[in-house]
Design a binder for this molecule. Structure first.
Ligand SMILES: CC(C)(COP(=O)([O-])OP(=O)([O-])OC[C@H]1O[C@@H](n2cnc3c(N)ncnc32)[C@H](O)[C@@H]1OP(=O)([O-])[O-])[C@@H](O)C(=O)NCCC(=O)NCCSC(=O)C[C@@](C)(O)CC(=O)[O-]
Length: 302
């Protein structure tokens, strides 16, 4: 079995991590979190989303956050854009990559973005075209590739259908997301397998929530298939407002610890990453949701 020697991590903490927080998180805190993540060596950060503030109030300060970041040339800053209105606002803030986000389940598509899968693709197509014409990279997030909070198990054929549509409209790479963290390694591998006819392994990102504690095992299962791009969330922050009960993404700290322990490079300084997680967890008034972060913080206390 040959595993990748290097993994690219996209920290989605500032976006996926914070979108569901009930308490207001000031833009200055979000900006500081981005700064701390880039100081820890993250070279891809999902910063915010240009969605309706009525649907996701926590992301209403999207432009302020994007405009407040002291950018580093080596870092790719991405934002979610569900439609032309979101893209128009986002493009003024110069993202390096936009993310259109669809679902392999019809019910989730309706709950999350208020339209069917087919309608979502119709909305995304002009956004993708406009982004590519402006030299902005395009990623497609595919939610519910294993299970849906409303429909239950999702068949790999549904994933293949969505991946095919994403490819048709010009999306450059896709996230295979286990939105509710219900997946187990073989199921996640099936979802990736269903995507492979449309996107090669270099253009597939694993995005695993950790609700059932399977996300590290799922990450390893994806690595075994050659996937080397993953999303994770500092301090295990997060959850989707339209996936009730689902917890955050696998924590970046846990993934980095596992990868480094396997001799796989990430370019990330784990100590600085733990500090970034402690910073945002301190603001939120709780412990980081990461075993590795807790172990390191306890060790520091002696
Ligand atoms: C997609 C919409 C906007 C459709 O929502 P809609 O209500 O169908 O939209 P509409 O076009 O009918 O417009 C209704 C109102 O929304 C406004 N509007 C319309 N578009 C925008 C926009 N872009 N930015 C700001 N405002 C917008 C528009 O201006 C109008 O305002 P009003 O006239 O009522 O004052 C809505 O459903 C929405 O915002 N959904 C976002 C849901 C969301 O952000 N979910 C979380 C992210 S996805 C996720 O977390 C999963 C992921 C990616 O991490 C992977 C995984 O784990 O699965």
């Amino acid at each position: 079995m040959t595993l990748p020697s290097r993994v690219q991590l996209i920290d989605v903490g500032p976006r996926d991590g914070l979108q569901n927080e009930k308490q207001p998180v000031p833009a200055a805190v979000k900006i500081e979190l981005v700064h701390r993540l880039q100081a820890a060596g993250l070279t891809e950060i999902e910063v915010t989303s240009f969605v309706s503030p009525k649907w996701v109030p926590q992301m209403a300060d999207n432009a302020e956050v994007m405009n407040g970041i002291q950018r580093q040339a080596s870092v790719r800053y991405s934002v979610l854009t569900p439609n032309a209105q979101g893209f128009e606002a986002a493009s003024k803030t110069r993202p390096d990559e936009i993310v259109v986000f669809g679902a392999a389940s019809e019910a989730f598509s309706h709950k999350n973005i208020n339209c069917s899968i087919a309608e979502s693709i119709e909305r995304f197509a002009p956004v993708v075209q406009a982004a590519l014409a402006a030299g902005i990279a395009v990623r497609g997030a595919m939610s519910c590739t294993v299970a849906c909070p409303y429909e239950g198990e999702v068949a790999p054929e549904r994933v293949a259908y969505l991946a095919g549509l994403m490819k048709q409209i010009g999306v450059q790479r896709v996230d295979v997301a286990d939105t509710i963290g219900a997946g187990t390694p073989l199921k996640v591998q099936k979802a990736i397998e269903a995507t492979l006819p449309y996107f090669d392994v270099d253009h597939i990102c694993g995005h695993f929530h950790d609700t059932y504690g399977q996300a590290l095992a799922n990450t390893l299962a994806a690595l075994q298939m050659g996937v080397w791009n993953f999303q994770s969330s500092v301090a295990g922050l997060g959850g989707c407002p339209y996936a009730k009960g689902a917890t955050g993404n696998v924590s970046t700290e846990d993934v980095v610890y596992m990868l480094h322990g396997m001799g796989i490079e990430t370019g990330i300084d784990l100590d600085k990453l733990v500090d970034a997680g402690a910073f945002i967890s301190g603001f939120l008034g709780r412990q980081p949701n990461s075993n590795v972060a807790k172990a390191i913080l306890n060790k520091r206390l002696g």
